[in-house]
Design a protein around this ligand. Structure first.
Ligand code: NAD
Length: 273
């Protein structure tokens, strides 16, 4: 159902690799709500993924960009401003990757070149993006920039490895840049901390299916799906949340406030018997 929440708004969405991607669902919902969206992903992802298919579906363009490259980000923002013929109302940073996770390095034996890449791709890229938008004065007043995070930024989730450090930095960047951007240009910057979701990136985490089942059991409302995440992000792009900034917003069915759940204790007891 459409509420026309984003009528006349224009944005950039990173990370719509395939139909499972959270970003893919965000693009579909944003367009349904009346937005125009420019899509971007790395050249490799554009070759192996289905981003172009989504762009065709939405009647829009794809601008290739590696989010770690300031030059690529500058080109992306220039092309988007030109395409829209005006400023940008929202941006979704839906970007994450850890070579240490991908190559199964244990947390106590991390490769530091990989660690640097994890931080660059999954956290520093958010600062680079914000700085490029800021320098080009590309965002409209009360524009909204959102990045996706995960609760491993606050609490240890074994298997999430150096992505935990990246997410902690990502959330910190949202606060620090949000202060500058809010004061000087009235632009909002937030992170959404999403439930485990069965996407390409999600399934790269060791033990993901058990983790998914555990958080499903722990969360009073159950895990939040990618579609539900898109609904929430649409509200953050809309004018209904104009004074929400510098926040890490949990979208996790209540998981982040739980300590122990009766049903998980029950399952644990059965396992011990
Ligand atoms: N899936 C989950 O369980 C979950 C939970 C919480 C947060 N998140 C976060 O959500 C975001 C989106 O992930 P997803 O689950 O939709 O998986 P996904 O694999 O569909 O999306 C990840 C995207 O990051 C892109 N990417 C990787 N390196 C890049 C680079 N250098 N430059 C630009 N783009 C690059 C990939 O091409 C891909 O499109 C990530 O930040 C992820 O950490 C995911």
């Amino acid at each position: 159902m459409s509420y026309n929440l984003l009528k006349g708004k224009r944005g950039i969405v990173f990370g719509a690799l395939n139909e499972q991607s959270i970003a893919w669902k965000v693009v579909e919902r944003a367009v349904e709500e009346g937005a125009e969206v420019v899509l971007t992903n790395t050249p490799v992802a554009l070759r192996i993924g289905a981003t172009q298919k989504l762009a065709d579906q939405c009647g829009t363009i794809v601008v290739p960009a590696d989010a770690t490259s300031v030059e690529d980000l500058q080109n992306l923002v220039d092309k988007t401003l030109e395409y829209f013929g005006g400023k940008i109302d929202f941006v979704l940073h839906s970007v994450g990757m850890s070579p240490n996770v991908r190559k199964n390095f244990p947390y106590s034996a991390l490769d530091y070149n990989n660690f640097s890449k994890t931080i660059d791709i999954s956290a520093l890229s958010f600062h680079k993006l914000l700085q490029v938008l800021y320098e080009k004065d590309a965002m409209a007043e009360y524009g909204s920039v959102v990045a996706l995070s995960y609760i491993a930024a606050q609490r240890t989730v074994e298997g999430y490895s150096d992505m935990a450090e990246a997410k902690a930095m990502l959330e910190s960047i949202a606060r620090s840049f949000g202060a500058v951007y809010g004061r000087e240009h009235k632009v909002r910057v937030n992170t959404v901390s999403q439930s485990p979701t069965l996407t390409t990136a999600g399934q790269g985490i060791a033990g993901m299916s058990d983790m998914y089942a555990f958080t499903e059991e722990m969360s009073p409302l159950g895990n939040a799906s990618a579609e539900e995440c898109a609904d929430y992000i649409v509200t953050l792009f809309s004018d209904l949340t104009r004074k929400v900034t510098m926040q890490n917003l949990y979208h996790d069915g209540g998981y982040s406030s739980m300590g122990i759940s009766a049903s998980v204790i029950e399952a644990f007891k059965k396992g011990r018997e």
